[in-house]
Design a protein around this ligand. Sequence first.
Ligand SMILES: C[S@@+](CC[C@H](N)C(=O)[O-])C[C@H]1O[C@@H](n2cnc3c(N)ncnc32)[C@H](O)[C@@H]1O
Length: 227
Amino acid sequence: MIPWKQLASAPIPGAPAGDASALTLWQRGAEFSIRIGPMTLMTSREHASEEALAARALERCREKRAPHVLIGGLGMGYTLAAALRVLPARAEVVVAELVPAVEEWNRGPLSHLAGHPLRDPRACVHIGDVSALLRGPVGVWDAALLDVDNGPSATIRDANARLYSDSGLLDVHAALRPGGVLAVWSSQSDAGFAKRLRRAGFRDEELRLPTRPGQKAKPHAVWMGLR
Ligand SMILES: C[S@@+](CC[C@H](N)C(=O)[O-])C[C@H]1O[C@@H](n2cnc3c(N)ncnc32)[C@H](O)[C@@H]1O
């Protein structure tokens, strides 16, 4: 068995000192993982649900000539690549990524994993907290795809909890154009989150998605919230 080797470590802006204060990048043969402290945030072996997050949400943008899409965060670029595969030539995709080094890793050792999506002229990276963009101008996004954590009840960063709260969801609702869609990835189901989506004014649907094609155990959850 090839051992894991740490390639890099990067501080998480604003994180208190301790185990969860840095992201680390690891490699084992052709496989990569991004970890936070001892916990794996994601690996290059499992990305089917991260891709489905984009494909399923953006089905709803097919009719638009120049959709404006926000993705939070970049990770290994799978959600971004899946979005670019279905979006038209005039689409604009902003990927908000909190940790600057994650962009460097995606332009360097991780670039090939999702097929070099950052080379696509429709994509740009905004370094910063996706929440700040969602609290910005109202009615500007056709879709907001959020995969910044392990889910609404498994946040890797305390400040992210607000994103999934009543007030965070009201921000997202306001930031979307009428008919816009919010899609949220989670490692597990969460009945309370569906209720909060409804309270914020979304029509919601929960999808259970395999972690890998054909895999039945422990599916991931993706919520669609329609404005
Ligand atoms: C699980 S990964 C995303 C995986 C991605 N969907 C993919 O397909 O590769 C989570 C990413 O969100 C970033 N992140 C965490 N909190 C964030 C925030 N508040 N704003 C923007 N990015 C954030 C992390 O640094 C990490 O790169």
